[in-house]
Design a protein around this ligand. Structure first.
Ligand SMILES: C[S@@+](CC[C@H](N)C(=O)[O-])C[C@H]1O[C@@H](n2cnc3c(N)ncnc32)[C@H](O)[C@@H]1O
Length: 250
């Protein structure tokens, strides 16, 4: 089967910028309490194998490992996989694509897609979310992170290298709807305002493989933490998230 062109160009682009990208984002998201709170909440919900899909330089995989997850990473770019393996020799990284995961149904307890679904064309997102759902066990947990917005960006150059890279900004409500259609129960949506050099708000969704679709007692509760609007499914969920945040901020 011929590989879709977007996979080829995304892979070649990240192969070209792997080293510079890793240096530029070396200290995130460890430096950001809200991001760490999202990942800490995820880590508290998973009990088996976890995949970081689109693991890039491996810093989020390493953070999940430090949070106690049994985690490995896959990435489309062999250069990123080589770099992550050099940086974190104790962790496993493999080449692969989220569009067709090479693993059996129900094999995973959790998936983190941290700024990686931003490279998937809109019409293929349902296929990717169906793939996440297929490889997660019932009750398994998914976190997705992305830039919030509507306009895609096309880069022909990055870090001084010629690339052909499309970055799609996404709307949390639409992603939540697609996840629900794929069989997930969305538990929390967090939108953080842009900080520093960022030009858009940042979105984070946490969802569980819905064991009984349509039978959930879904009661949304809103929480506001400074510049951040958060919607979680239950009062208990809100309290748990705030407790995580308090822990990482100390
Ligand atoms: C913006 S980087 C984020 C890397 C990492 N998650 C982090 O936050 O440091 C996006 C990564 O997703 C990978 N990627 C893009 N499309 C992918 C796909 N279809 N399957 C697996 N990885 C993909 C890229 O190669 C790149 O390493």
């Amino acid at each position: 089967m011929t590989e879709p062109g977007f996979l080829e160009s995304t892979r070649a682009s990240y192969d070209a910028i792997a080293v510079d990208y890793a240096a530029r984002f070396a200290d995130e998201p460890e430096a950001r309490p809200l991001e760490r709170a999202v990942l800490a909440e995820f880590a508290s919900l998973v009990h088996g194998t976890v995949l970081e899909v689109g693991s890039g330089p491996g810093r989020v995989t390493a953070l999940l490992d430090a949070l106690g997850c049994k985690v490995f990473g896959i990435d489309l770019s062999p250069e990123m996989v080589a770099l992550a393996t050099r940086s974190y020799p104790g962790l496993k990284f493999e080449v692969g694509s989220m569009t067709a995961l090479d693993m059996p149904d129900g094999a995973l307890s959790g998936i983190v897609a941290w700024y990686s679904i931003i490279h998937i064309p809109d019409d293929l997102l349902p296929q990717v979310f169906a793939e996440f759902h297929r490889v997660l066990e019932p009750g398994g947990c998914l976190v997705v992170a992305f830039q919030v917005g509507d306009e895609p960006l096309c880069f022909a150059e990055a870090f001084g290298h010629a690339v052909a890279l499309e970055v799609r900004r996404l709307q949390p409500d639409r992603i939540a709807e697609l996840l629900t259609q794929a069989g997930f129960a969305v538990r929390a949506r967090l939108v953080r305002e842009a900080e520093g050099v960022e030009t858009t708000p940042q979105g984070f969704l946490l969802a569980l493989v819905d064991p009984k679709p349509g039978e959930r007692d879904r009661r949304e509760v809103g929480v506001v933490v400074e510049n951040v609007a958060l919607v979680v499914e239950t009062e208990q969920g809100a309290q748990r998230f705030l407790a995580q945040l308090e822990r990482v901020e100390r």
